[in-house]
Design a protein around this ligand. Structure first.
Ligand SMILES: [Zn+2]
Length: 1011
């Protein structure tokens, strides 16, 4: 399968071919007769299987895969995995879109057998043989079967009358020297099957074209397809399905020595044909079948198949089958999917991308088809090796091609390519997983990185070290030895080690079996008369080969290779007229950090290279570092328009020290305003609990109010510094959960006006506060029914209004649930509880500035956590900006009245519901309801009644940009709220809005671990 780039443990850790019983493999020969009912979307089939037991022991039981049952219901392994991957289509599939296999009635050598479903997996059957099957004997299994084709969610199914018939018939699991390998169907996680011969007859309406595994045996049909291949493309592509012919035809296919059979049928298919000539002179037919979409690209489809066949035959070993076919289909799994001799391809964006996907899938005939490794347990063996050759194909035919995607724009600032970026994106953050991991234990992005990206990078390094020819001939030797067999990782290692006459533990144990990383550094250079003596330190965990080069303005003048080592080693390189000594100048190695890889031969700054000054957005330049810039504009009601410059180095992939600053000039205030952040990332590495420790500080300064006292009007501001220590816990790659503990201090210096005796004008003074907080957050970020909770403790000692010392410890807890009732729509419920564990002002008669608030706004944001357009406004539109903190009431209450504010404790429930978007014509209007209780201790005399302290408020909200902007239209409320809103003014003054400027900060996104 090929994954499109834009888009957590069960470790099968040990390489297994050593210390096993001797190698053997079973043989499974099939005769399948199948008829397609294209009105009911059903297959009626009969399976006849001759199963040869080549194991040294007798078998009493056979495990069979019934993979169409993956689509039977929402409890299958496939359905569970799709949910965890955030694919919600199948979860919310209509009943008629589901599928399955039934009408089974197994016999063994003509005798009825007892069989049952696997206790956990409805798509695995366990067949008890009437007689045990001795070594070197065979048993004939027969069964009718009926497949109710699902809508295409993954690989099997149909979209209207376009059919992808894959993983469709009852099929034995592999039995090898490790035992049985039954595996439920998965989308992310491929297959492992027995070799055999297939005779398949397919009956369907006459006007279908079929692309399939095997060689077509009907000469008239073959001539019909050849005639179609000579037809020009229609002027206007037409995606409509013609009516099905009344007459049926039966197509016969024969395939030798393959381990699967797939076919694709569509009445709209156009056909192209070509012929590949292999190194031995043997010719192979190349076919392309495609419908209307992308027809201009597909016109050359057969040529791409031919060229891929020739390329892989030369680089790896000769293609053994008579034909290869590429078919365009709707595909739910990745960009393309491989089957023996046939592959299906989804939508593409260019001729080049079609060529690359076809080449990748055709290439799987080698790495999957012929070298039939266990893809589920060792996905890197097929995807990794195949992606390595795919990259070499791209290098051969598209070396000068300039990418045009967003990722290419991001990479313009760095010599990194897309693969290195992908690997470093995860590995720099220590979030990658070892390639040798069961497919279902991967986080999806890590499946991409570990199966498709890291193994080719590892092979690039091996190729650089041993040379292309030596690697190709070693791969030929592996192909010769293991073709039509089931190689294990140890078999590949042994083949390569024998052919290359060197041990490759650095590659197999270092890069594949573990989360090891490569990082060499130049630590000392001695200038001698004829040469440089260069001390190189290994700061990584892998002893991989390393290249030392002399470089002059990006061209490599001389290179010496050293085998891997630990600690330090001195390498010698003959002098040449270059400017730099560089480790791995040609970027063969997946190095974690490269900025310690170079040394300047001229000038005073031997260790430093001038960073690239790059316009945002751009990726990290991993060799030189970069200084990112962009103009920046801001506005608030006091500074008014602000303009300045963003500067920073904070981008992707992550670096250890990251910073960013946006200083601005406020045209209204005439003062400097802005924000900045700096942090250092520490990765505890082997630690399984902690993923990252981040030590950082943020700062900001803005004007925040216009104060007016004794006719003196002054615009006043605040400065805020927030040092913090954040512990990110290691996320479980398979369950989308994230946890972190943050310890922070907040120092705020805010200006105010005070009277200064008599009638003298008031003077400007300032007050400072320093508070400390510990906050733990747990998030379950699954797509369906996600939730998160936060618990926090805060302490502060400060001077009260009359200068008396005050102190408190407040605790709060908040939980947010989403209950999805459809793919996009959910009901949201939030609970908040807050309590002062200790305070000197619990029974004070004024509301403390640090009180809990049912409605949060700029005036009560004493931590200065949020950004407000008019922080201290008490009237006008800016006074209506509210935040989600504390009680989360969606109504703009003024602080001055003390309503909904407590020096003691508070409870709140917030509810909102997405309405079905169709019913709402796409307008994101949702009902909301907030209910809260605040303990009001400030009233003198008779205490307040329950209804004085109980509040509720409901209305309709308009929520835009993923909750970043929301407008709240109040409709109903408790009397205490209604009374206060009455004081505010007309209806428009009662509308609240939320503008989550913090969530709009793109750097906050960079901190999201899931990225
Ligand atoms: Zn693939």
């Amino acid at each position: 399968m090929r994954l499109n780039f834009l888009i957590p443990i069960l470790l099968v850790g040990t390489f297994s071919s050593f210390a096993q019983s001797p190698y053997f493999q079973q043989q499974a020969d099939y005769r399948i007769d199948v008829r397609l009912d294209d009105q009911a979307h059903v297959l009626h089939g009969h399976l006849n299987l001759i199963y040869h037991n080549n194991a040294p022991e007798a078998l009493d039981t056979l495990y069979f895969h019934l993979w169409p049952n993956a689509y039977r219901n929402q409890q299958t392994a496939y359905a569970k995995q799709a949910r965890r991957m955030g694919e919600t289509d199948f979860h919310f599939a209509a009943k008629e879109q589901l599928g399955g296999i039934d009408s089974l009635s197994f016999t063994a050598d003509g005798e009825a057998v007892t069989w049952s479903y696997h206790p956990e997996h409805i798509d695995i059957a366990i067949i008890i043989l009437p007689q045990s099957l001795p070594p070197d004997a065979q048993v004939e299994i027969n069964t009718p079967f009926r497949v109710d084709l699902p809508y295409i969610f993954s690989r099997l199914g149909h979209v209207n009358q376009s059919y992808s018939i894959t993983q469709w018939y009852p099929k034995p699991a592999v039995y090898d020297n490790e035992g049985w390998h039954p595996m439920p169907y998965l989308d992310m996680g491929e297959f492992y099957s027995e070799f055999g011969n297939y005779e398949v007859s397919i009956t369907l309406p006459e006007n279908y074209q079929v692309g399939a595994t095997g060689t077509l045996q009907n000469e008239t049909e073959r001539q019909r397809l050849l005639a179609l291949s000579r037809q020009p493309l229609p002027e206007e592509a037409n995606g409509a399905f013609p009516p099905s012919a009344k007459a049926f035809k039966t197509l016969m296919y024969s395939a030798k020595n393959v381990h699967d059979f797939a076919w694709f049928a569509d009445k709209r298919f156009q056909v192209r044909h070509d012929t590949a000539t292999l190194p031995s002179g043997k010719t192979v037919e190349a076919w392309a079948f495609f419908a209307a979409e992308d027809q201009d690209y597909w016109d050359k489809g057969a040529f791409y198949v031919k060229r891929a066949l020739e390329f892989y035959s030369e680089k790896v070993g000769e293609y053994p089958y008579p034909q290869a076919t590429a078919v365009q289909t709707t595909l739910g799994a990745g960009g393309g999917m491989e089957y023996p001799m046939v592959t299906n391809i989804g939508g593409v964006s260019s001729a080049e991308s079609l060529d690359i996907v076809i080449t990748h899938e055709v290439g799987h005939n080698w790495f999957y088809g012929i070298l039939a490794s266990n893809e589920r347990d060792h996905a890197w063996m097929d995807e990794g090796l195949n992606s390595y050759y795919e990259a070499r194909y791209a290098q051969t035919y598209y070396a000068d091609s300039e990418g045009d995607g967003a990722i290419d724009y991001l990479l313009r600032s760095t010599p990194m390519n897309e693969r290195e970026f992908g690997y470093l994106f995860q590995a720099r953050r220590n979030l990658h997983q070892a390639p040798e991991t069961n497919s279902n234990a991967f986080k999806p992005i890590n499946y991409l990185v570990s199966a498709y990206i890291l193994p080719p990078l590892a092979l690039d390094l091996l190729e650089g070290y041993v040379g292309t020819q030596a690697l190709d001939s070693a791969m030929h030797a592996y192909y010769q030895k293991w073709q039509f067999r089931h190689p294990q990782p140890g078999d590949l290692q042994q083949s390569l080690e024998e052919a290359l006459e060197q041990e490759l533990d650095w590659l197999f144990e270092g890069l594949i079996e573990s989360k090891g990383h490569i990082d060499y550094a130049i630590t000392k250079v001695e200038n001698q008369s004829q040469s440089y003596r260069v001390e190189v330190a290994n700061r990584g965990t892998i002893e991989s080969p390393v290249a030392l080069s002399i470089v002059k303005s990006d061209s490599v003048l001389a290179t010496v290779w050293s085998k891997g080592f630990s600690g330090k080693r001195t390498l010698r390189i003959e002098k040449a007229a270059g400017d730099l000594l560089v480790l791995d100048a040609e970027r063969h190695a997946p190095e974690l950090y490269r900025r310690n890889n170079s040394y300047r031969l001229e000038g005073p700054l031997k260790w430093i290279r001038r960073p690239d000054f790059t316009f945002l957005p751009a990726a990290t330049n991993d060799t030189r570092g970069n200084l990112l810039w962009s103009p920046v504009l801001g506005w608030n009601n006091y500074d008014k328009l602000m303009a300045g410059m963003f500067l920073g180095n904070h981008t992707l992939p992550e670096q250890r020290l990251e910073w960013r600053a946006a200083p601005m000039y406020g045209f209204g205030s005439g003062k400097l305003a802005g924000l900045g952040a700096l942090h250092y990332n520490i990765y505890p590495g082997k630690n399984d609990v902690l993923h990252r420790i981040r030590l950082g500080i943020t700062g900001q300064r803005f004007d925040a109010q216009v104060a007016n006292l004794l006719n003196r009007e002054e615009q006043l501001g605040y400065e805020r510094l927030q040092p913090y220590l954040r512990f990110d816990f290691m996320p479980n790659p398979t369950d989308n959960t994230y946890a972190r503990l943050q310890l922070r201090g907040i120092w705020v210096r805010s200006e105010f006006l005070e009277l200064h005796g008599g009638l003298e004008p008031p003077i400007q003074n300032y007050q400072t506060q320093w508070l400390q907080e510990a906050r733990f957050t747990y998030e379950q970020r699954r797509k369906i029914n996600p939730y998160q909770w936060t618990a926090a403790l805060e302490h502060q000692a400060f001077d009260g209004v009359f200068g008396d010392p005050e102190r408190y410890v407040k605790a709060s807890f908040e939980i947010d649930w989403n209950f999805n009732y459809s793919k996009r729509e959910a009901v949201h419920l939030r609970l908040f509880g807050g309590y002062f564990l200790y305070s000197t002002f619990r029974d004070a008669q004024v509301v403390s500035p640090v009180a809990f608030n049912l409605s949060s706004n700029g005036g009560n944001d004493y931590r200065f956590d949020d950004l407000y357009l008019g922080r201290n406004e008490t009237e006008g539109i800016w006074s209506q900006q509210i935040s989600r903190r504390d009680g989360g009431f969606k109504v703009p209450l003024l602080n001055t009245f003390g309503l909904g504010r407590s020096n003691s404790f508070m409870l709140a429930v917030n509810f909102k519901a997405d309405l079905p978007s169709q019913a709402m014509l796409g307008i994101p209007l949702k009902p909301y309801l907030d209910i809260g209780y605040f303990d009001d201790n400030t009233t003198i005399g008779d205490g307040p009644t329950f209804s004085d302290q109980f509040m509720w408020n409901g209305g309709l909200m308009l929520e835009l940009f993923d909750e970043r902007l929301a407008v709240y239209f109040p409709l109903i409320s408790s009397k205490n709220i209604a009374d206060q809103l009455e004081i505010r003014g007309n209806y428009f003054t009662r509308i609240g809005f939320q503008l989550d400027l913090q969530r709009m900060n793109p750097w906050k996104l960079l901190d999201r671990q899931e990225l």
